[in-house]
Unconditional design. Structure first.
Lengths: 423, 251
């Protein structure tokens, strides 16, 4: 893929290359890490940011969308953020630098910067090749993050909340989270910031060991001028169970990549996403899920509400390996369009090489059912309230699958707030 | 209370005229029955009264308490006291029935400048009305009308009517789908709302319902017009002889 190599660098690409030149000396990491960073920026310089001609970025032409890159602002002081649940323990980064760490019994937490200076096993700046803009930018610029290990057989009494906050500039964060054998844990992954322009990348490696069970909730609430490029690389070992819930509530350019490999028999992934996309935002969820061994299951449900001139994207790829018999994977993407100028692109993709599997996908794009609207209004419910009820019903169906009432309430409060502003 | 004058209405989408010069007057305290063959426009009339925008009024007027309601949206009409019990109540997944009832009651109160109901008051009202209609509170925990049987949906409509206390009730084939016992229960529910300041329009095909909810006037709707008006004996006549004679005589 060198189609773009002849194109002149855009302002954003030039800024990335130039800023790397001035910052590389102060970025954490040993010689090995510096080499990886060099290689990453070199790949961007030579190939440019991906355009729509790169299949994985077809609906998110990053080269066109990313108009510029604000300078890093190490002095920026982002506002503190309350945890989603009051008993969660916060581990906070502000503009990519650790600002606060907590303590949770049977969980060890280390600084990513420290890990990059030493040679810590399992910690790397690996990317997914030259089209992996998210991984490459993050590898080049990452300043810190958390390396989290939940001990084997542990059930931490408090959720771990990882926060990446910013107030303009840049924030490049990499977290590595391992849930030990037979452990059960809940994580929150927060991205939030002011309305100042920011380039924010977040790469998370999440590993569930044998028999581990985890709930991971990503709540993305970046500001109205934020570019947020996120990537999760997930592995599930034998009988591991992951509930991954992603809520996108704001941001200007949002790309959330999820690469999950189901590596152990009996493992299950429950993936849910709610994308509320308004104004002129662009929000893309790109999932690539590999069922690589027999007897594994997954369900993927994505619900989108799009309004204003916003554009949404869901690419859902499910790969079933030849040996992965008895895989059961069910994917659905449903979208509610609230305005004529809003749009949503869905691309489901099933690559199935085994014969004894159950895999299905479905996608719908609809407007608010005007019969439903009439019924509610005929009971005296004003149009705005009635629309709000119907939109909320559409996303609440999957929020309410969550087991924890407090969590449902916390997410629904955020959904209500969004509806108040955009509904 | 209600005065429909030379009403003409079309399907907004394709312009087909369904209501073709309809006149009807209903006084306070009156129960008016509307009968007529399938496809004559009974449900269409009820939708137009409720303000459904799939239909465009092209001529004539609808006066409610002396004022035209044509410019009012469905929510405003409901707040003003107009209630339609649907022939086919809609299932709305994801909207909890109790939440819906509470929002509806409070929005109407708000529109009328009254204070919101407290939760205990709300629950008390619902329990009382549901008890009268033999609706279980279990059923009300489900999403609105989702998975309700045909008869349960009809009862739920009357429950809403009892809670919202409208002034003009339009019942579109509320009897269809009800078993014999339910017909009695629902009719009692409707009769309990009869009062000198409240009017009811009962759309039905069957005398059976009119034995319970005895009408003051009976109107025959055919091809978008009222072609005959009489008292309750007209319904018996229709039951015995069908519509043919009356419609032919009017044509
Ligand atoms: N939205 C619509 N689109 C197309 N046709 C319609 C629409 N609404 C009504 N009609 C047509 O208008 C006519 C009147 O329908 P309506 O439902 O009012 O009849 P009805 O008298 O209630 O009949 P029934 O006794 O079967 O309930 C029918 O021919 C129907 O098909
Ligand atoms: Mg009808």
């Amino acid at each position: 893929m060198t189609v773009q190599s002849k194109l002149p660098l855009t302002a954003a690409e030039t800024a990335l290359v130039d800023q790397f030149g001035t910052r590389v000396g102060s970025l954490p990491g040993n010689a090995n890490v510096v080499q990886i960073r060099d290689r990453a920026i070199q790949a961007i310089k030579e190939n440019g940011l991906p355009t729509r001609r790169v299949e994985a970025w077809h609906y998110t032409d990053l080269r066109r969308l990313l108009a510029g890159v604000p300078a890093d602002d190490p002095a920026a002081d982002a506002a503190d953020l309350e945890p989603v649940l009051s008993d969660a323990v916060r581990f906070t980064l502000k503009n990519g630098r650790i600002a606060a760490t907590g303590r949770v019994e049977s969980v060890t937490v280390q600084s990513m910067a420290d890990a990059l200076r030493a040679d810590v096993s399992g910690v790397s700046l690996a990317d997914h090749g030259i089209i992996d803009a998210t991984g490459l930018i993050n590898a080049a610029f990452v300043t810190d993050g958390f390396v989290v290990q939940v001990e084997d057989g542990a059930e931490p009494a408090h959720p771990v909340e990882l926060q990446s906050l910013h107030d303009g500039g840049q924030a490049h964060v990499r977290n590595v989270v391992t849930v030990g054998e037979g452990s059960r844990a809940t994580f929150f992954d927060r991205q939030a910031g002011s309305d100042a322009a920011v380039l924010d990348t977040a790469v998370t490696e999440l590993k569930l060991r044998k028999n581990a069970e985890a709930t991971w909730i990503t709540v993305q609430e970046t500001g109205e001028a934020a570019t947020h490029l996120a990537q999760m690389n997930i592995t599930l070992d034998e009988n591991a169970k992951l509930t991954l819930f992603v809520v996108n509530l704001s941001g200007k350019i949002v790309r959330q990549e999820i690469n999950a490999d189901v590596l152990g028999e009996g493992a299950d992934l429950t993936f849910r996403a709610v994308n509320l996309i308004g104004d002129d935002a662009h929000c893309d969820i790109t999932l690539s899920l590999g069922h690589l061994v027999p007897n594994t299951t997954s369900t993927e449900t994505v619900r989108n509400v799009v309004t204003g001139r916003a554009q949404g994207v869901f690419q859902g790829q499910i790969r079933v390996d030849q040996i992965a018999q008895k895989t059961d994977a069910q994917m659905a993407c449903n979208t509610l369009l609230l305005s004529d100028d809003a749009g949503f692109s869905t691309k489901p993709e099933l690559e199935i090489f085994a014969d004894d599997v159950v895999c299905a996908h479905g996608a719908t794009v609809a407007e608010i059912d005007h019969n439903h609207l009439f019924y509610l209004m005929a009971r005296g419910i004003s149009e705005k309230t009635a629309r709000g009820l119907l939109i909320k019903a559409f996303v609440a169906e999957i929020v309410e699958e969550l087991a924890d009432e407090r969590l449902i309430e916390a997410l629904e409060t955020r959904i209500d707030r969004w509806l108040e502003a955009h509904g | 209370m209600l005065e429909i004058k030379n009403l003409h209405a079309r399907i907004a989408e394709d312009g087909t005229e369904i209501i073709k010069g309809l006149d009807l007057t209903v006084k306070p305290g009156e129960v008016a029955a509307i009968m007529g063959p399938n496809g004559s426009g009974k449900s269409t009339l009820s939708y137009i009264l409720a303000g459904r925008d799939d239909y465009a009024v092209t001529e004539g007027d609808i006066l409610y308490n002396g004022e035209s309601i044509l410019e009012m949206d469905p929510a405003e009409r409901a707040a003003a006291g107009i209630f339609l019990a649907f022939q086919y109540p809609m299932e709305i997944p994801g909207v909890a029935t109790m939440q819906f009832l509470k929002v509806a009651m409070n929005e109407q109160r708000k529109a009328r400048g009254e204070a919101e109901l407290t939760t205990p008051d709300f629950i008390r009202h619902v329990k009382e009305a549901a008890g009268d209609l033999e609706i279980s509170m279990e059923m009300l925990k489900r999403p609105l009308n989702v998975g309700f049987s045909g008869g349960e949906k009809k009862r739920a409509e009357i429950l809403q009517m009892k809670l919202l206390q409208p002034k003009l009730c339009v019942l579109d084939e509320t009897d269809s789908g009800l078993d014999i016992d339910a017909l009695k229960i629902v009719s009692d529910g409707v009769n309990s709302l009869r009062s000198p300041d409240r009017a009811t329009i009962v759309i039905t095909h069957y005398q059976r319902l009119l034995d319970y909810i005895v009408p003051d006037t009976v109107h025959v709707l055919s091809k978008g017009r009222i072609v005959k008006t009489g008292d309750k004996t007209l319904a018996h006549e229709l039951e015995a002889h069908g519509y043919a004679d009356i419609i032919n005589a009017a044509a």
